[in-house]
Design a protein around this ligand. Structure first.
Ligand code: F6R
Length: 261
């Protein structure tokens, strides 16, 4: 079963999720971290930056691999995931630029780029902890409904729902790219630990289907049920459609070391 942690606020959710990343770094300073973009992990990144500044969390030996990038956007485009990562995380911590990997949105050979990306992940010994968000259509990375659950890094056509959801970041809907390069569900499932963050009521249905529904390629996040170490961090509205919510809260309270009521 996925472990579900429900927080009252987005900030609390983000802090708990960031602690998972910090725990990995504290035991393995040269860990490989899988990064996600989008609004969901912004608080998590903010907390990691705070830990770097105030608690001495060290990224100097870390390598990162991002999940995805839009096709057609140059790295300095304000909506590219290269730009997002630089602005929201990389420029604030002591990570070595040569240790940062993000899929290219501008390669002229997507197929060989994707193979190379997979080989780089393998070369570094695989991903130790993968950060994930979830789309309102249940996608992880840009593995849209119908994606094979054993898919690898590849070029993907975005679903209309995703284009609509992401239009909020662009001047108008026509500017949202139609294609992306994305790690596959199979690639993601090979990471040693998975941490998914989701907030807001727009995510409530997708979260309920991913956590409590059947494993199906129609909700690619449901494949995380197959992984032995998935932690799902939710705020209150994102958890609102979970049937077993009380049970998850009970498990968290009863964990060894949890403060007793
Ligand atoms: C982005 C990614 C996507 C997002 C998802 C949710 O790297 O992998 O799967 O996590 O689309 O996006 P937000 O967080 O903006 O709601």
């Amino acid at each position: 079963m996925m472990e579900v942690f429900i927080s009252k606020t987005y900030d609390e959710m983000s802090r708990k999720a960031a602690r998972e990343v910090a725990d990995v770094l504290n035991t393995k300073p040269n860990a490989v971290i899988g990064m996600a973009t989008g609004s969901s992990p912004l608080g998590l990144y903010k907390e990691l930056v705070r830990m770097y500044q105030e608690d001495g969390l060290d990224f100097s030996q870390v390598t990162t691999f991002n999940l995805d990038e839009y096709v057609g956007l140059k790295a300095h485009h304000e909506q590219s995931y290269h730009y997002f990562m630089h602005e929201n995380f990389f420029k604030h911590v002591n990570i070595a630029p040569e240790n940062i990997y993000i899929p290219s949105g501008t390669t002229n050979n997507y197929q060989s780029f994707c193979q190379w990306y997979e080989q780089r992940i393998e070369h570094y010994g695989g991903i130790d902890i993968q950060i994930l968000g979830i789309g309102s259509d249940g996608h992880i990375a840009f593995n849209e409904p119908g994606s094979s659950l054993s898919s690898r890094t590849r070029l993907k056509t975005l679903a209309k729902q995703t284009i609509d959801d992401n239009a909020r970041f662009f001047e108008n809907r026509e500017e949202v790219p139609i294609y992306a390069i994305t790690m596959g569900v199979g690639t993601i499932l090979e990471a040693r630990k998975l941490v998914l963050v989701a907030n807001g009521d727009k995510k409530a249905d997708a979260v309920a289907q991913a956590v409590e529904g059947p494993v199906t390629s129609m909700i690619t996040a449901s494949a995380l049920q197959l992984h032995p170490d998935t932690k799902v961090f939710l705020d209150d509205p994102a958890a609102s459609k979970l049937q077993m919510r009380e049970y998850y809260e009970w498990i968290e309270r009863m964990k060894p070391g949890a403060p007793k009521r």
